[in-house]
Design a protein around this ligand. Structure first.
Ligand SMILES: C[S@@+](CC[C@H](N)C(=O)[O-])C[C@H]1O[C@@H](n2cnc3c(N)ncnc32)[C@H](O)[C@@H]1O
Length: 356
């Protein structure tokens, strides 16, 4: 099994070693790497700083190089760190003093990870999931070093958690590394250090962030989703006639359905039904592309947003009247795009102001 294994480059490891070496409090306790691959990164660190116990984990049962740790007090695991129950098996009564992670970054499709924090369910990117798991295990004085893609700080999915965490802990960006540092992946990364983590402040701030975005307080009457079918992958399977197992397919250049298209229904294709608003997610918005459709079953491309709910007629009217505002929710350097969160927030705002 080889899942997202990319050797942490020595340049990055050296920055961690250098930083830890300057912190005398970071000697002695328990040190861990929860997605350690062979464990080389940890080996490099303990060559310079001594710890009483080393905990290593990697989901891959064959990857840890035990020979590197023959002289150490080592505990090794092969747990899925993205699974909350498995991660809690790594719990140490006294908490970890040092956690280093270079987690996997790749995400299939539009997958989001969920983590229960207090009574909140937080959606996040994969990297932030690894950080949240690490936070649940770190001691009060502990330090986490994490090598993350730079875009975590601009990510819409993670922004509320990052904002809450920045206020409940000290996050320092130690050094940025451009593309080309990892030999097997092209990604811009930054080494961050998280310390002084205050768990109760984090839970409280996260709760405020969530309610500020109306998520818990006002359940919306509408659901905003997107299609999950890439039109580029439909070569040869786009039909002009309905047939057995075929479902109507709508894409951005044919939202009014002037020309009929059908694709084979398949369990991975998200199927919608009933009366819905369609709007482009990617591309240029025009008033003609804010449309109402009603079909028994249909599938849309991943460039289309689908809004469902009992009062879609009044919502569409509101959005058309407020067209300039809706249009302003599209941005982007090259192709313009909008996001589910922006559209959802707009609808919540209408609802909050009793406009619909
Ligand atoms: C970027 S590599 C770590 C590289 C390591 N620091 C080194 O220098 O060799 C990420 C590792 O995460 C592991 N991994 C992927 N998914 C995981 C999961 N859900 N739980 C724990 N480890 C996981 C992979 O097997 C891989 O070895």
């Amino acid at each position: 099994m080889k899942i997202d294994r990319h050797l942490t480059p020595d340049t990055i490891a050296n920055y961690i070693v250098n930083d830890i070496s300057q912190n005398d409090d970071l000697r002695g306790g328990i040190a861990a790497d929860f997605s350690c691959a062979s464990g080389r990164l940890m080996r490099k660190i303990i060559d310079h700083v001594e710890f009483t116990k080393i905990v290593l984990n990697d989901i891959d049962g064959e990857v840890i190089d035990y020979d590197l740790f023959l002289q150490e007090n080592l505990e090794a695991y092969n747990l899925d760190f993205e699974n909350d129950l498995s991660a809690q098996e790594l719990h140490q009564t006294e908490g970890y003093n040092l956690i280093i992670i270079n987690p996997p970054y790749s995400i299939r499709g539009n997958k989001r990870y969920t983590t229960q924090i207090g009574d909140l369910i937080i959606k996040s990117s994969r990297v932030l999931k690894h950080i949240l798991q690490s936070l649940s295990l770190i001691s009060r004085e502990g330090v986490i070093y994490c090598i993350v893609p730079t875009n975590i700080f601009s990510s819409e999915t993670d922004q509320r958690s990052i904002r809450a965490l920045s206020a409940a802990a000290t996050i320092d960006k130690i050094e940025k590394f451009g593309r080309g540092h990892f030999t097997s992946a092209s990604v811009e990364t930054v080494l961050i250090r998280i310390k002084n983590y205050d768990e109760s402040a984090f839970f409280k701030l996260l709760g405020e962030e969530v309610s500020a975005n109306f998520e818990k307080k006002i359940p919306s009457k509408f659901t905003v989703e997107r299609g999950n079918v890439s039109i580029h992958k439909l070569d040869g399977s786009l039909h002009e006639y309905e047939g057995k197992n075929r479902v109507r397919f709508i894409h951005t250049t044919n939202m009014t359905g002037k020309k009929l298209h059908y694709i084979k229904q398949n369990i991975v294709h998200r199927v919608f039904s009933g009366k819905c608003i369609l709007m482009p997610r990617v591309g240029t918005l025009s008033i003609e592309k804010l449309v109402l459709v009603e079909y028994d079953r249909f599938i849309v491309s991943d460039c289309i947003i689908v809004i469902t709910g009992n009062e879609v007629d009044s919502l569409l009217k509101m959005m058309r009247e407020d067209y300039e505002r809706v249009k302003s929710l599209f941005s982007g350097h090259c192709a313009k795009y909008t996001t589910l969160t922006r559209i959802n927030n707009l609808i919540l705002e209408y609802e909050n102001l009793n406009k619909i």
